[in-house]
Design a protein around this ligand. Structure first.
Ligand SMILES: Nc1ncnc2c1ncn2[C@@H]1O[C@H](COP(=O)(O)OP(=O)(O)O)[C@@H](O)[C@H]1O
Ligand SMILES: [Mg+2]
Length: 315
């Protein structure tokens, strides 16, 4: 695939939202490819066909009458997640980690009755959490058992790794750590901590909570700097492959590390947020420009991963 950019990019500095939209997402992300990334079920299908692992799909609710089948989908399961297929920013996601009598226990310890859960699923179908408020599907998937490396820096939820991929080359990454406020989810707008990652090594740099720098997790008090993200090179190559598979020039790839299954792809984002630059204390623009200049010589996934480890190392 080939990409072309309008005019010269500004040297140095931070990518802002207007420029992201005008020069990157709108320009480099083909319209017809959006459904592949805007719908989490379509993404699951796409990447699984290429041998990329994802959390197991337990069941799907497409129409209100199917909400009655929820008990059947959930069976005796204790650990599962309910999600809107076209949600974003963690909205509408419920993470469960137990049962008590006939109720389900959320990761924050609260109990939810079966009837309340059914209502939530109906809200998802009605489009309460979906992009543009369109009717949606709800699905149930396996809850990820996250790698213990992040145990001390996560509060009741699963951390994820966000990688920005430009022209199928990974350019910047962060680990996102759930907090008490983010309610089991690793989305920054929900109150998770974003921690920059050294592209060369996969070691964490400093973090941000909102727009303020942080060096410790706000709930656990544990330092968040200098942690090694496991399987780093594999995560970079998975991210690069997602760029190839989707044909999206500018993409946010969300990965999670399961302690048994290893790296899993959670979802893809066609309009990834820009706070990753604050978490890394670095602007995206110089990196994007460097990739654009040299992309033509970076054919294989391994070439692109090596390039990103060499060029985008933390100073
Ligand atoms: N299968 C799962 N197991 C555990 N936590 C999950 C799972 N899926 C999502 N989460 C939590 O919810 C967050 C948001 O999920 P994601 O699929 O990226 O949806 P969104 O589009 O809303 O960001 C994740 O970063 C993670 O913390
Ligand atoms: Mg996400």
């Amino acid at each position: 695939m080939r990409w072309a950019l309008p005019g010269a990019l500004k040297r140095g500095g931070v990518l802002a939202i207007n420029r992201r939209n005008a020069h990157y997402t709108q320009f480099l992300n083909p319209r017809k490819q959006y459904p592949l990334v805007d719908d989490k079920l379509a993404t699951k299908r796409l990447v699984m066909d290429s041998g990329i692992s994802v959390p197991e799909l337990y069941g799907l609710v497409e129409a209100p009458y199917q909400a009655r089948n929820l008990d059947q989908i959930l069976q005796e399961r204790e650990n599962f997640v309910i999600k809107p297929a076209r949600g974003s920013g963690g909205k509408g996601i419920l993470v469960f980690s137990g049962r008590y009598k006939r109720a389900y226990r959320l990761s924050n310890g609260h109990l939810m009755e079966a009837e309340e859960l059914r209502h939530h699923v109906l809200d998802i179908l009605g489009g309460l959490f979906s992009l543009g408020g369109q009717p949606d599907k709800a699905f149930v998937e396996e809850k990820v058992n996250f790698d213990p490396v992040f145990e001390a820096v996560s509060y009741q939820g699963v951390p994820d790794v966000r990688i920005i991929v430009f022209m199928a080359v990974p350019v910047m990454a962060m680990v996102r750590l759930p907090t008490r406020r983010s309610d089991g989810k690793a989305n920054l707008h929900k109150g998770a901590v974003g921690v920059g990652v050294d592209m060369a090594t996969g070691k964490t740099l400093g973090g941000v909570l909102g727009n303020a720098p942080v060096a410790e997790h706000p709930d656990t008090g544990h330092p968040i700097v200098g942690l090694q993200v496991p399987h780093w090179e594999m995560l970079l190559s998975l991210a690069a492959r997602c760029g190839d598979l989707t044909g999206m020039g500018y993409l946010g790839v969300d990965l999670v590390l399961d302690r048994i299954k290893g790296p899993l792809l959670l979802e893809l984002n066609a309009r990834p947020g820009l706070n990753i630059q604050i978490a890394n204390g670095a602007g995206l623009l110089p990196r994007l420009e460097e990739v654009r200049r040299e992309r033509c010589r970076l054919r294989e996934v391994e070439d692109r991963v090596r390039f990103s480890m060499e060029r985008f190392a933390a100073l």
